[in-house]
Design a protein around this ligand. Structure first.
Ligand SMILES: *[C@@H]1O[C@H](CO)[C@@H](O)[C@H](O)[C@H]1NC(C)=O
Ligand SMILES: *[C@@H]1O[C@H](CO)[C@@H](O)[C@H](O)[C@H]1NC(C)=O
Ligand SMILES: *[C@@H]1O[C@H](CO)[C@@H](O)[C@H](O)[C@H]1NC(C)=O
Length: 515
């Protein structure tokens, strides 16, 4: 403990790239987020102030500060505004743990975005953490800009993917001078391909990790049209790596002659939790070849899949691979064609194999399938989920099969839908039954056009933080004081993004009083 405290103070990431005085006196946000800070919001939920003091914020941009000011006049409810004010800037305030340049000098920007209470960069979390600021992103060459944060994260993710394409969470780059974090959960992991814990924090292969890189790339390109950037450093090589990985995971368990194919990835952990390891000595349950779907050993919750043809990540992969072909076209036409073709074959696979008939809801999307005919009908709170399909830009929320799926997901037919007096929403095996995840409530609001559903969801969110005014990972559906993760930056950002979106979509809803 002492050692860890010391390294945090003395090799604070800020030291290399920013000179911010007084940083050493800043409290650890892990601690800060478990305490109530004055002034409380003036409404009945009396939410804590949770922004770090100004000198302790890791990164600030005028666009986000202006958005907070702007929302102050539009959001009439003091508790709702406080939740926005605390959560929206949380990624910038607390998780831009280092920003600098490759090899301490070149023009290749790097941004190390940590997840919150764990000092490691998840490909999925960091892509989504930055996405919450997408609406303000525009061309800007300054290294103090949002655009620079995105470029740095794309460059660092590209490096991670090229080095360890099957891994999900990574250590600070050596240039930062930050020491690697020890992940005690992974001490017993036996993984092929092998990796070094100097660079990797955890190595669970999740299709949504590499898809998140494509999503982040698209988000930056869509807002800046800066196609040149993608030809400058390692982006093209990272995309080639992704295509190779995805290609190798189209292959099923058995070859045509009956022999067992060698799995490109295996994972075993000594654990009492069935979702923390893979069956069949690390390869997972059998998968049939020929569906066009890409296997995923783990879900975005970092729990293992039951059936590896995990539909939400295939939706995300198909969506952003297809979009990123537009970026690739100016650099490598053949590769762009290959990307478009692959994206289409995954979409065809989802349409052909990923839909099942449910006795109550009609045709719905399966969560996971094995290609032999078995499917797992459920949804988990983590994005990509079935509920999130429209925000993955895979389909429009009006899609009939999606609407059926949405009703199923938000009903007690979904084995991981939790309800109670405090919060109603989906959870998952990561934290277990009885705990709904606010992230699923936020996702439901992002995909809803129904004012009463949105108002009810906002009410749930402001009333279920136990007074902390931050979005927790999960909340007991009967007791708001029982929650997990005090500092989960992605969920905070997602809340901010959702509320900001209502400004354009549903300005009247923003004026609702919850008192
Ligand atoms: C670029 O970003 C910097 C830092 O956030 C900001 O001060 C500046 O106004 C931005 N420039 C433009 C043209 O938006
Ligand atoms: C960059 O600087 C950091 C600390 O200042 C040092 O630990 C690291 O080794 C340097 N990296 C390179 C590639 O020079
Ligand atoms: C959850 O749904 C039930 C109906 O199933 C309802 O009685 C309860 O009020 C809801 N809870 C919240 C927090 O909205």
């Amino acid at each position: 403990m002492m050692m860890r405290f010391w390294t945090l103070l003395l090799s604070s990431p800020a030291a290399t790239s920013y000179a911010i005085s007084g940083r050493a006196a800043c409290p650890s946000y892990s601690q800060y987020a478990t305490q109530i800070h004055q002034p409380l919001s003036a409404g009945k939920y009396q939410l804590s102030s949770m922004r770090p003091e100004q000198t302790c914020r890791k990164f600030t941009v005028p666009e986000v500060e202006n958005a907070i000011d702007d929302m102050k006049s539009l959001v009439k409810d003091p508790d709702l505004f406080r939740l926005f004010e605390n959560t929206f800037p949380n990624t910038l305030d607390t998780t831009i743990s280092w920003k600098g340049f490759a090899n301490n000098g070149t023009e290749e920007e790097l941004t190390f975005v940590t997840t919150g209470d764990i000092i490691a960069m998840w490909l999925r979390d960091s892509a989504n953490q930055l996405r919450s600021y997408k609406s303000f992103l525009k061309t800007n060459t300054s290294t103090d800009s949002l655009a620079s944060l995105f470029r740095g994260a794309i460059n660092l993710q590209a490096r991670y993917i090229i080095q360890n394409p099957y891994c999900n969470a990574f250590q600070a780059p050596p240039e930062s001078g930050l020491p690697p974090e020890h992940n005690s959960a992974s001490d017993t992991d036996v993984v092929t391909p092998k990796y070094s814990s100097d660079f990797v924090f955890e190595c669970k292969y999740e299709l949504d990790s590499i898809s998140a890189f494509l999503q982040l790339s698209w988000d930056y390109y869509e807002k800046t049209q800066d196609a040149k950037f993608f030809g400058k450093f390692k982006w093209i090589e990272a995309v080639k790596t992704i295509l190779d990985v995805a290609d190798s995971l189209l292959v099923g368990t058995y070859a045509d002659d009956g022999s067992v194919n060698t799995s490109p990835y295996t994972f075993q952990r000594t654990t009492t939790r069935v979702t923390e390891t893979l069956s069949n000595d690390g390869i997972g349950n059998p998968v049939k070849s020929g569906t066009g779907l890409v296997r995923s050993a783990f879900r975005p919750s970092d729990d293992s899949t039951i059936y590896q043809l995990f539909i939400p990540a295939n939706m995300q992969f198909s969506s952003y691979l297809g979009k990123c072909a537009d970026i690739m076209r100016i650099h490598d036409g053949d590769l762009a064609k290959k990307m478009s073709k692959f994206a289409k074959s995954v979409r065809d696979g989802i349409n052909k194999y990923g839909k099942v008939k449910h006795a109550t809801f009609g045709e719905i999307y399966a969560f996971e399938i094995d290609g032999f005919g078995s499917s797992n009908l459920m949804d988990d709170a983590n994005v990509p989920s079935l509920l999130s399909a429209p925000i993955l830009d895979f389909l429009d929320a009006s899609d009939k099969t999606y609407q059926n799926t949405r009703k199923f997901v938000l009903s007690t037919w979904n084995p991981y839908y939790m309800h109670g007096p405090v919060i109603n929403g989906t959870g998952g095996p990561h934290v277990g039954p009885g705990k709904a995840w606010p992230m699923s409530v936020i996702t439901a609001l992002l995909t809803s056009n129904d004012d009463s559903e949105i108002v009810a969801g906002l009410h749930t969110l402001i009333s279920s933080t136990a007074g902390f005014g931050l979005i927790h990972e999960s909340v007991d559906t009967f007791d708001a004081s029982k929650w997990t993760r005090q500092w989960f930056s992605w969920a905070n950002g997602l809340f901010g993004e959702m509320l900001l979106g209502l400004k354009d979509r549903k300005p009247d809803v923003l004026a609702t009083s919850f008192q």
